[in-house]
Design a protein around this ligand. Structure first.
Ligand code: URP
Ligand code: ZN
Ligand code: ZN
Length: 461
């Protein structure tokens, strides 16, 4: 089966031009003006529409055992929601429990994902402890299983968080293997002490979450990672950066020559801490870590994106139901499962509030939501661009569409939307994955289970 996309404006991270795209055997095989369609080809008219490379979300949690419960999406529901929102490939996190062997966690994640995803995917391999056996297994995971990025948590002390010697040895090994280490940067001890302080003062509601994870706590964690990365000459990627103070640490480190990249989230570009202060426990919907910050940081995040100080926009998709899961922390905000779902909404929100509001241009939009993630994590040029030989992952995007986000219409398997009532101006008209049409006008029309695990090579020597 072949597909031809006609008359659209192709937008990549570096170019804008009009041409037709022909796809055969899962790949893009021709990009030319006025391609004649063979009789049996599926023809997609992209007149008046943009044609973007499939979007890549480098930070999602699909299978997520966390804080005593599980994220609500599965590989079936999460991948379909991703596709409807234009994300054709995502990177989940394979996270061993403390003391669990990495290969055991990998088996668990594979059992959750294999034959279930509708889009392509891979994992970052989390390191939650370090000894000789872990080192041997991580080497195998990189060389045999094709996972070329690690993840460490500096937060979540006593659970997923690593100690400084574990951080040191993870970055040492990452450097040796040529893999990049992604990191959640917040000072773990400050969080624990501040949590104890506020809870003991009877300050138990979701609005106090921010006060235990203010800007300076994230900045300290970020600077801490920069020190270790500098000493070990390791390549590091700061996940979910939320504020100016943490970005300053990244930029200071970049000036010193540290190999660092940073990601922000659509949530940090658009939401602020007042959402977590909503009455009647509604603020719990907005409890995530790092916390939502003061509104002043949003301009800094947009400018960071525009100027390339921030490389990617992700979601950190972590869906926990408001009715049944967030109340685990009804009397103690430290027990509220952390996360705000967004895998379905990232692209439409970034287009509406980033491109249409003129914070970023179309190329920066594509770069930060697709190309950079593909390049940093060893998926480029298979993913992240439109060129002959790339996978035929394409988003024919309608910039004239107008709609409203709501839990009533979303496909994410969670009982609330963090963006309830928000207007979107633009959405995918057609989405393809490896040459199959998988979405038309907001409806999934693809094949469940067709998504592939993507093996990646190390590329950070
Ligand atoms: O609140 C968040 N971010 N939940 C998911 C786990 C993580 O730290 O990324
Ligand atoms: Zn995190
Ligand atoms: Zn995360």
């Amino acid at each position: 089966m072949s597909i031809i996309i006609k008359n659209g404006e192709i937008v990549t991270a570096s170019q804008r031009y009009f041409a037709d795209i022909y796809c055969e055997n899962e790949q893009i095989t021709r990009i030319e003006k006025n391609i004649e369609a063979p009789n049996d080809a599926i023809v997609i008219d992209a007149t008046g529409k943009y044609v973007f490379p499939g979007f890549v979300d480098p930070h999602v949690h699909i299978y997520l055992p966390f804080m005593g419960t599980f994220g609500k999406d599965t590989y079936e529901t999460g991948s379909k929601a991703a596709l409807i929102g234009g994300t054709t490939c995502f990177i989940d996190f394979c996270i061993p429990n403390r003391g669990e062997e990495p290969l055991s966690a990998l088996k668990t994640w594979n059992e959750q994902s294999e034959g279930k995803a509708a889009c392509d995917y891979t994992y970052h391999m989390a390191v939650t402890g370090f000894d000789d056996q872990v080192e041997e297994q991580l080497k195998k995971i990189v060389s045999q299983y094709g996972i070329s990025s690690f993840k460490i948590f500096l937060a979540y002390k006593g659970a997923l968080g690593v100690t400084d010697d574990e951080l040191y040895h993870t970055l040492r090994l990452a450097k040796e293997l040529g893999v990049i280490t992604t990191a959640h940067c917040e000072n773990p001890d400050l969080i624990v002490e501040l949590q104890k302080k506020y809870i003991s003062e009877g300050k138990t509601g979701p609005e106090w979450h921010y006060h235990t994870r203010p800007e300076i706590v994230e900045a300290e964690g970020t600077g801490h990672l920069m020190t270790f990365a500098e000493i070990l000459d390791a390549h590091v990627y700061v996940v979910h950066l939320s504020c100016q103070e943490a970005l300053n640490e990244v930029m200071r480190a970049k000036k010193r020559g540290v190999n660092v990249w940073a990601e922000t989230l659509i949530q940090f570009l658009l939401l602020d801490k007042s959402y977590a202060e909503r009455p009647d426990f509604e603020g719990a919907k907005y409890v995530m870590s790092p916390s939502l910050k003061k509104k002043r940081h949003q301009n800094v995040m947009w400018n960071g994106l525009k100027n390339g100080f921030l490389s990617t926009v992700a979601t950190d998709h972590a869906p926990f139901d408001f009715e049944t899961q967030k109340p685990m922390g009804k009397d103690d905000f430290t027990q509220i499962p952390n996360g705000i779902p967004a895998i379905e909404d990232r692209i439409n929100l970034l287009f509406t509030y980033g491109v249409k509001e003129e914070w970023i241009d179309l190329q920066t939009f594509v770069n930060s939501a697709s190309t950079q993630a593909a390049k940093l994590f060893g998926l480029f040029p298979r993913k992240g661009t439109i060129q002959v030989g790339s996978d035929a992952d394409l988003v024919v995007y309608d910039p004239e569409y107008e709609g409203t986000l709501s839990v009533k219409t979303q496909h994410m398997n969670v009982d609330y939307s963090g963006f309830e009532g928000w207007t979107i101006k633009g959405r995918p008209h057609v989405v393809t994955v490896r040459g199959e049409v998988v979405v038309r006008e907001g409806t999934f029309v693809g094949t469940e289970g067709r998504g592939q695990f993507l093996k990646r090579l190390p590329n950070h020597f």
